[in-house]
Design a protein around this ligand. Sequence first.
Ligand code: FOL
Length: 209
Amino acid sequence: SNSKPSITAIVAATQSNGIGLDGGLPWKLPGEMKYFARVTTGEEPSSDLDQQNIVIMGRKTWESIPSKFRPLKNRKNLIISNKGIDVKESINTKSFNSIESTFEFLSNSNTNLNSSNKIFLIGGSQLYKTFLITKPPLINRILLTRIISEFKCDSFLEDFKSHKSLKNNLPIWKKSNHLELENWLGFKIDEENEEKGVKYKYEMWTLNE
Ligand code: FOL
């Protein structure tokens, strides 16, 4: 098929776009992590593989997930590694040596994919960047958790907010309002959150057509 899959990036980032430190997350925010798990799993977790959402990640992100949580349960885990298959494959874990081969798998498994299956890009910085700077971008939605406190970080999210259309020089990413986010998620959330003195906000950004 020639139709591009609809892919949502999900990421938590500071106001200076910091997302990682020393191969892991710079913070420990259990409530925020619950949000990640709930959103990526979907509201009706299913052990039926054909009903599951897909999470796409780079090899370093795969390695950053604590082994007891890996593969992420009730989700199909797709891992992209330049070296190709170097991740133990299982019923819900598959590895790929390129974005192209990952997309090929997604379009071929389309027949099995329920239209309600969602596809998420869950990191890390290298894949977020490639998916964002490709023209047109390979993702059409970003679920961004904006962490208000600053944390020391050594990996960063591509500054997508500065990306402009070549045609009219207007921003290509548009921030949705809170209701639009809740409608897309299918559940209600607080606009402002705080854990351990760390404030954060759930945002959704979509591609201008
Ligand atoms: N997006 C958001 N919003 N927050 C994140 O922390 C985040 N993290 C990643 C990608 N997008 C994100 C990548 N890093 C787990 C660990 C690290 C990770 C992603 C997931 C993980 O262990 N997830 C379990 C949570 C178990 C729990 O603590 O409840 C999962 O089942 O999803």
